[in-house]
Design a protein around this ligand. Structure first.
Ligand SMILES: Cc1cc2nc3c(=O)[nH]c(=O)nc-3n(C[C@H](O)[C@H](O)[C@H](O)COP(=O)(O)OP(=O)(O)OC[C@H]3O[C@@H](n4cnc5c(N)ncnc54)[C@H](O)[C@@H]3O)c2cc1C
Length: 562
């Protein structure tokens, strides 16, 4: 039975950064990933990572922009920690080998991003996540004496001892179907977000909310789950992302009449207002008949010199050509708001500790909360690295003084029985993909840029019905080698849990703040709702909703304009 001081589930940026930090703090580490680590979804991150590294910029300015971007729901102690640590983290990455863009003077160059009062986004063309992920993986190899990698292993269940402490996880080797108990003194969830609960989404097929649901099922609190980010520039239909870096480089948003409509909604920041503001503006243009017949507006990247597009935005040149048949260097491309990111997740403190002893979370799976009601572009990569590192360090420090827990191997039997029950399901039931598709469509219709009580109630009822159908969904593959059918059936349950928590929190918050715009409660209401909504599972009964205060250090809530 593998036994380690620290078990990390997830090998994207948060997981790999946590693994390095834990190993460098003297712990033995296991890192598990359901795909090869460099295929983790962090690889898709395009536009860049924020830091106030330029001497004319300041961490306070970065922090204020983040607080304002969060619509004052972000916890300011956590935001301060993240923004203060950002410059050193960028330098650490640079020294580790990330080839950040340098300008003609040889200095690290930046691009502008939404909601920021200075250009402070560091980048590698439009493949920033790819570049960082590969460098971290190289660093992991360097620490292979302390870090055991379990690649293509799927964690199915978190384990607890009699006192409720998390002592590891059960995982399935996807190559042969073998189950194994992973013993650990501390467990860090780094499983990423839950974007696949929506259709379409910019997130890959592997982003299915596994960590959020697994933590929720053992009693961890989830926080800010109603806050789901719709990115302003995604392709209609398939949801592929056109990076905010395009607007950072000078692209304009236009409606079907050719008007630069952001002049009306955000006269100062225009196309680079924060994402919730831009997405609402676009959706308003579309809803009021000033969009194109395919339910989109246009992004005009021809405003950016062609040479610069080919140098700094080459991936979206390919995406435009291959997925929309558009040469973005010569004509505008049709885009619309699309699901992109979840600000909520497993509730943690600034060291990544969740409400379950021994269980940590970092990255998109977690809610610290540095993003509050709305994440600023290029702050997520930073969040994964800063809080991944802090979780790894904290978990290692705690673990070194603890005895190794012992988990009886028989703890596998529940998981085994659950997987066998999936394999033995009779043929002819509704397909996993059909249920998942209906869930995604319902979330995209009722829990999107604009929400109201009726729509949220409809979504809740659909989810309730789908939760009854899911355990009967039939699968085709009954084998043990790379059985993605079984995995898909398990992931469906995770997505339904995440969607349910999202809708419950959205119903609860009777105001408009950040990404949650309630047409039936269109104002922000600080008096009643300047607080976090926490959701926890309650067996077969309705989940429990509770509240926690927003931490304010320096910046009192103000009216938010861009
Ligand atoms: C297209 C796109 C572009 C983006 N661009 C930017 C950007 O420019 N800047 C920015 O700041 N943010 C950006 N973001 C957001 C950012 O990329 C993500 O929030 C961040 O990378 C998430 O990292 P993570 O480490 O938390 O999770 P991920 O990178 O998603 O990693 C999750 C890991 O968990 C593993 N895993 C999940 N479930 C299980 C399980 N059950 N068992 C075992 N392993 C499991 C996966 O295999 C994977 O290794 C972008 C997002 C998208 C979708």
């Amino acid at each position: 039975m593998p036994s380690h001081d620290v078990l990390i589930i997830g090998a994207g940026l948060a997981g790999q950064r946590a693994a390095l930090a834990a190993a460098q703090s003297g712990a033995t580490v296991a890192i598990i990933s359901k795909v090869h680590p460099v295929r983790s979804h962090s690889v898709a991150a395009a536009g860049g990572i924020n830091a106030a590294l330029n001497p004319e910029d300041s961490w306070e300015s970065h922090a204020y922009d983040t607080v304002k971007g969060s619509d004052y729901l972000g916890d300011q102690d956590a935001i301060e920690i993240m923004c203060r640590a950002a410059p050193d983290e960028i330098l650490w990455l640079e020294h580790a080998g990330v080839t950040f863009y340098r300008d003609e003077t040889g200095h690290l160059g930046t691009r502008a991003f939404g909601g920021a009062s200075a250009a402070r986004t560091y980048y590698v063309a439009d493949i920033t996540g790819h570049a960082i992920l590969h460098v971290l993986y190289e660093q992991l190899m360097k620490h292979s004496d302390a870090v055991d990698r379990y690649e293509e292993w799927f964690a199915t269940d978190l384990l607890q001892d009699d006192d409720g402490r998390c002592i590891g996880a059960v995982s399935r080797n996807l190559r042969d179907g073998r189950l194994e108990v992973f013993n650990a003194k501390a467990t860090i969830l780094a499983n990423g977000g839950a974007g696949q609960a929506y259709r379409p989404t910019t997130n890959g097929l592997i982003v299915t909310g596994d960590g959020i649901a697994q933590a929720y099922r053992i009693g961890a609190k989830l926080k800010d789950m109603e806050m789901v980010q719709y990115h302003p520039t995604t392709l209609a239909g398939n949801g592929l992302l056109i990076t905010e870096g395009a607007r950072g480089e000078g692209a304009w948003l236009l409606n079907a009449r050719g008007e630069r409509f952001m002049e009306k909604y955000a006269p100062n920041k225009l196309d680079l207002a924060s994402r919730d503001v831009v997405s609402r503006a676009e959706q308003t243009e579309i809803n009021e008949g000033r969009g194109f017949p395919d339910g989109t507006v246009a992004l005009d990247i021809t405003k950016v010199p062609k040479r610069r597009v080919l140098e700094a935005l080459r991936e979206i040149v390919n995406i435009g050509r291959d997925f929309a048949g558009v040469d973005i260097t010569s004509e505008p491309i049709h885009i619309r708001p699309g699901q992109h990111y979840i600000m909520g997740g497993v509730k943690t403190d600034v060291d990544g500790q969740t409400t379950i002893p021994g269980l940590y979370a970092a990255g998109e799976v977690a809610c610290v909360s540095v993003h509050g009601g709305n994440r600023l572009g290029a702050n997520s990569l930073l969040d994964t690295l800063i809080f991944g590192r802090r979780s790894g360090e904290h978990a290692a420090k705690q673990a070194v003084h603890m005895p190794m827990p012992t988990t009886p191997a028989t703890r596998i039997s529940d998981t085994e029985a659950a997987i066998n029950a999936i394999i033995r399901r009779p043929e002819g039931g509704r397909r996993v993909a059909a249920i998942k598709g209906e869930l995604g469509d319902a979330m995209n219709q009722y829990v999107a840029v604009f929400r109201d009580a009726d729509g949220l109630q409809k979504a809740r009822e659909i989810i309730r019905r789908l939760k009854e159908e899911a355990p009967k969904a039939s699968i085709d593959d009954r084998g043990s080698i790379f059985n993605q059918d079984v995995i898909g059936a398990i992931e469906l349950g995770y997505m339904l849990d995440c969607a349910e928590a999202t809708v419950i929190a959205a119903q609860e918050r009777k105001e408009s703040r950040g990404a949650q715009f309630r047409t039936d409660f269109p104002e922000r209401n600080d008096e009643e709702w300047l607080k976090h909504i926490d959701v926890s599972a309650n067996g077969d009964d309705e989940p429990i909703v509770s509240y926690s205060p927003v931490t304010i250090t320096k910046w009192e809530p103000q009216e938010r304009t861009y």
